[in-house]
Every structure is written in C-alpha cells, then in structure tokens.
Design a protein around this ligand. Structure first.
Ligand SMILES: *Cc1c(COP(=O)(O)O)cnc(C)c1O
Length: 231
C-alpha cells in the first residue's frame, strides 16, 4: 500500500523528534540502556506501519490480536509485531505471530501460552505486566506477586520472561509517575534474581516516555506523538 508523502514526512519528523528526546532522557537518567521505539499503530491503518518502517522504526505495537492480524496481512514491510494489550486465553494460539507479548499477567495465561509454544516447538518471549500503581482499572500482577509468579514460570521453559511491562497512571504528578516506573525496575530485579533473562522494561507512552527512559525503560510504546490522536 503506497503511503502519501505528507504522511511519510509527518511520521518521519515525529520519529526523529521522539528519538532525540529519548537520547537526551537516556543521558539524564544514566542507566546506559538501549531503547527500542515501539510505534503503536492501533486504530490507524496499515499505512501507519509502512510510514513507521520508512522512518526507520522496526517495531510496531498493537493492543488487539484481530486488528494486528488484519494489518499483518496488509503490509509487506518486515516489522516485528508486539502485542501490548491484554491477551485472552482463548486467543493464545495467535501469540506465535508476535515477537513479544507485553501483557503476561497470570499463571493461567502463562500455562496456556506455554502449551502453544510446546505444540509449535517454539519459544514465546513475554514481559510480565506489573500493576505498580495498584489502580483497579489496570491489568497486571501486584508487585508482591512478582516473586511467586516468577518462581512458577521457571517450570515453563518454552516461555522466555524478558522483563517487565507497566503503565503509569494518566495525568498523575511526575513524582508519582517516577515512583511507578522505579517500581517496575525493582520488579525486573526480582525476575532476574528469580533466574529469568529479564533485561527489558517496557514503559512510557506519549505522555510520559521521557520520564520512563530516565527511569531505565528499554521499550517505549508511542502512538499519539507519532501518528496524532486516535479520535
Ligand atoms: C495505546 C497504548 C499505548 C500508546 O499510547 P499513546 O499515549 O498514544 O502513546 C501504549 N501502551 C499501551 C499498552 C497502549 O494500549
């Protein structure tokens, strides 16, 4: 699908601006991490994926399996697809189409994913979603559940637990947002101590990604700042 020059240029400029801000935030934060920019294309058409790729973005995030698969069928660029939303257990067979599942939030889901991985003789890479802020509206395990779940996940060798994903509260004070991101970093340490190859921290969206990078994010998930608002 051809993309218009206008869209391509706008996305290219937005990606450049985000990358510059990420680089500055890395310096301020001092964690020395590499940051992967995941372009969140949900609600936008396949041209958003193509525009992101044309701007040098290699990773794309979608929050719904069906919408993601429809887009996969419509684009020809070889991006890595990230599932950033909640995965229902009856959809686990689709997980193999994604390079990273950001929302692992229960042992039941882990067991179901593992079964699919075993069937396909594959390994599924996942992030444990942690609800650091404790908001009732957010998915994820509580910080106290991270260690016991990490222990049980060791029994599922076809899942690779690569780190933690979290979302900060919207419109909270910077101090609160920072505490949430630092809590996710602590949860990653718990996973590492529990024997998992957990190097990654997926945190930061359009409104708070610079703070997230300062706090050590390795994956930021950006929609609005790259593609405009999702009406
Ligand atoms: C939609 C979404 C994003 C992107 O949000 P923006 O504020 O538009 O950057 C990031 N992460 C998740 C989990 C999302 O659902």
């Amino acid at each position: 699908m051809p993309i218009s020059d206008h869209v391509a240029t706008a996305v290219q400029e937005a990606v450049a601006e985000a990358r510059a801000r990420i680089a500055s935030a890395c310096v301020r934060g001092g964690h020395g991490q590499q940051v992967t920019l995941v372009a969140v294309t949900k609600t936008h058409g396949p041209e958003a994926v193509e525009a992101a790729w044309a701007a040098g973005v290699t990773d794309v995030g979608e929050n719904k399996v069906q919408e993601a698969e429809a887009k996969m069928a419509q684009v020809s660029v070889p991006v890595r697809w990230h599932l950033i939303g909640h995965l229902q257990r009856n959809k686990v067979r689709h997980a193999l189409r994604f390079s990273l599942i950001h929302g692992l939030d229960s042992e039941r889901l882990a067991v179901a994913l593992h079964e699919e991985a075993v069937k396909a003789d594959a390994t599924i890479e996942v992030l444990m979603q942690v609800n650091v802020s404790g908001e009732a509206t957010k998915n994820g395990v509580s910080p106290a559940e991270v260690a016991p779940l990490a222990e049980r996940l060791l029994a599922l060798p076809h899942l690779r637990v690569r780190g933690v994903m979290t979302m900060a509260p919207f419109d909270a004070e910077e101090r609160v947002v920072r505490t949430v991101f630092a809590g996710a970093r602590d949860a990653r340490t718990v996973l590492q101590r529990g024997g998992h190859p957990a190097d990654w921290l997926s945190m930061g969206m359009s409104g708070d990604y610079e703070i997230a990078v300062e706090e050590g994010a390795t994956h930021v998930r950006l929609g609005t700042v790259l593609f405009g608002s999702r009406s």
